[in-house]
Design a protein around this ligand. Structure first.
Ligand code: C2O
Ligand code: CU
Length: 546
């Protein structure tokens, strides 16, 4: 690090977890990767070297990168991957982000080990809208497979079926002492009595929504996805893949025992039999005299949707004179998009052994019935250099056909999606409302939908089918949470709003990795505006070759 410049190296190292040694891809040999610290509004130069064996790209999750999609990172969306031995100088351009964000690989499933925190402090000389914490601690929740990730994904894709469950969840890279051979590494949080701590939670988990709780302590949410929120005090939080949640912890317990900080999967379609990941909270100067185990927190059970939406539906923006928010009130572009798990026919000459999806099909996933196919040249450069044939501009604003999205029974014909590489084109400054509607085609699930290049306001959500007449009457247009990722409830819908004032090509996808692989993704292409400051900046000279 030197004056906001860094030279991270992506490379493999061997590390031990769950009694086995394994080679993983890392940044600078660290797992999780290094934390980036910055102040609001700063620009950081990150000169990424790929010293690994495979293609890689790095994405700055939640950073809007105003007018500069070139550094955003998703492979074949805004750049071609950095090849082995290659190098790409990226810029992290912070604007109004404040709080906790993160960075991760955006190529295949490499983000499982290539990720880290991005901490954005308030502008120099200013402070938080809450009392200054005694200490600040990033807490990254992750997922660990004993298997080599590339091998695992190749097998998963070839099978047409489900991906294999992970072998452990992790806190700051460690499964915690409930897993075998994991006692020594368990993350320990040492605190003093009577102070406040800022815990910067990040979910780098690949496929599951998580409940998180500390025994005997409440958590007060003060920020989410790099925006402040009204304080929300809860016994537990729910965090989806992609989200970051800032919480205040008050150390107000006797402290003569240890407390577990525990995280456990809340959903999804697959069942888990592995244990919960844990860290240990201990009070300084109070030694744990007895041999009794740390106090375990009560966590909501699997599939407790009520508990999950009760938390995420209670988040509110910190809307005030000092922190004004600008929810678009008049909408130019109304969109509804189904988000579905689909079935896809096996290739005619394929054998059933490679079609382990529903009724001998392959699994797929879609937005408005299109399973997005990754192009072989990136969409941003294809757009900028007028290269034809890379992508289409026909992402539909509405589902191609109407059906009872959340009905119990669905005919197989409906389950089949189309393939395509279609983006949605938006004129500069268009105000957009997008209703994301889960379907029960193959099965309903919570989908944490993430948008690059923007924060959006979550103005409404509900269960069942979205009702165009009634549901908008209940929108929150006063203090809706401003986020980059939100879990659309299973068999339900979520309405989001944003103003298309950041020109470029911006990926939108479910942040559950297996759903990305199956095609639950699209992109917005936001055209240049009239004035120079509304136009995309030129590309850097060292864009990785395709
Ligand atoms: Cu966290 Cu498209 O990414
Ligand atoms: Cu999903």
């Amino acid at each position: 690090w030197l004056n906001n410049v860094a030279w991270p190296q992506v490379r493999e190292v061997s590390i031990n977890r769950l009694c086995e040694s394994k080679k993983i891809l890392t940044v600078n040999g660290q797992f999780p990767g290094p934390t980036i610290y910055a102040h609001k509004g700063e620009t950081i130069i990150v000169d990424v070297y790929n010293k690994g064996k495979y293609n890689v790209t790095i994405h700055w999750h939640g950073v809007k990168q105003p007018r500069y999609p070139w550094s955003d990172g998703p492979e074949y969306i805004t750049q071609c991957p950095i090849q082995a031995g290659g190098r790409f100088k990226q810029k992290i351009i912070l604007s109004d982000e404040k709080g906790t964000l993160w960075w991760h690989a955006h190529s295949g499933w490499q983000r499982s080990t290539v990720h880290g925190a991005l901490v954005v402090y308030p502008k120099q000389g200013t402070t938080y809208p809450f009392p200054k914490p005694h200490r600040e601690i990033p807490i990254i929740i992750g997922e660990w497979w004993k298997e080599d990730i590339k091998k695992l994904v190749d097998e998963f894709v070839a099978s047409g079926g489900q991906s294999r469950n992970s072998d452990a969840f992790t806190i700051n890279g460690q499964p915690g002492d409930l897993y075998p051979c994991s006692k020594n590494g368990t993350f320990k949080l040492e605190v003093e009595f009577g102070k406040t701590y800022l815990l910067r939670f990040i979910s780098a988990v690949m496929n599951e929504l998580m409940f998180v709780k500390i025994a005997n302590h409440n958590l007060t949410v003060v920020g989410i996805d790099g925006s402040y929120t009204k304080p929300l005090t809860r016994e537990y939080i729910m965090i989806t893949p992609g989200q970051s949640i800032d919480c205040i912890l008050k150390t107000n317990q006797k402290g003569d025992q240890y407390y577990y900080l525990a995280a456990r999967a809340y959903s999804n379609g697959t069942t888990f039999d592995n244990t919960t990941t844990t860290a240990i909270l201990k009070y300084k100067g109070k030694d744990h005299k007895t041999s009794s185990p740390p106090l375990f927190p009560y966590l909501p059970s699997y599939y407790n949707t009520t508990a999950a939406v009760n938390f995420s539906g209670s988040l509110r923006s910190l809307a005030s004179k000092k922190h004004p928010i600008f929810v678009p009130l008049e909408i130019k572009e109304r969109m509804i998009s189904t988000i579905s798990i689909n079935a896809f026919p096996c290739p005619a000459n394929g054998t059933n052994s490679t079609c382990q999806g529903p009724n001998g099909t392959r699994f797929a996933a879609s937005m408005n019935n299109i399973s997005f196919v990754k192009p072989t040249y990136d969409i941003l450069e294809a757009y900028y250099y007028h290269i034809n044939g890379v992508f289409g501009t026909k992402f539909p604003s509405f589902p191609p056909f109407k059906f009872n999205y959340t009905a119990d029974y669905m005919p197989l014909e409906l389950e089949i999606s189309d393939l395509g590489t279609e983006v949605k084109v938006l004129k500069y400054n268009t105000t957009v409302e997008m209703v994301l509607q889960d379907t029960n085609l193959v099965g309903s699930l919570d989908h944490p939908m993430h948008l690059h290049g923007y924060n959006y306001y979550v103005v409404g959500w509900g269960f069942g089918n979205f009702d165009e007449k009634k549901d908008p009457l209940n929108y929150n247009l006063v203090d809706p949470p401003r986020v980059n990722t939100i879990a659309v409830p299973k068999n339900g819908w979520t309405a989001i709003r944003f103003k298309a004032d950041n020109t470029g090509v911006w990926f939108m996808h479910c942040h559950i990795e297996r759903h990305i692989t199956w095609g639950m993704k699209t992109a917005f292409l936001v055209e240049d505006g009239e004035y120079p400051e509304e136009r995309m900046l030129p590309p850097p000279p060292d864009m990785p070759p395709c």
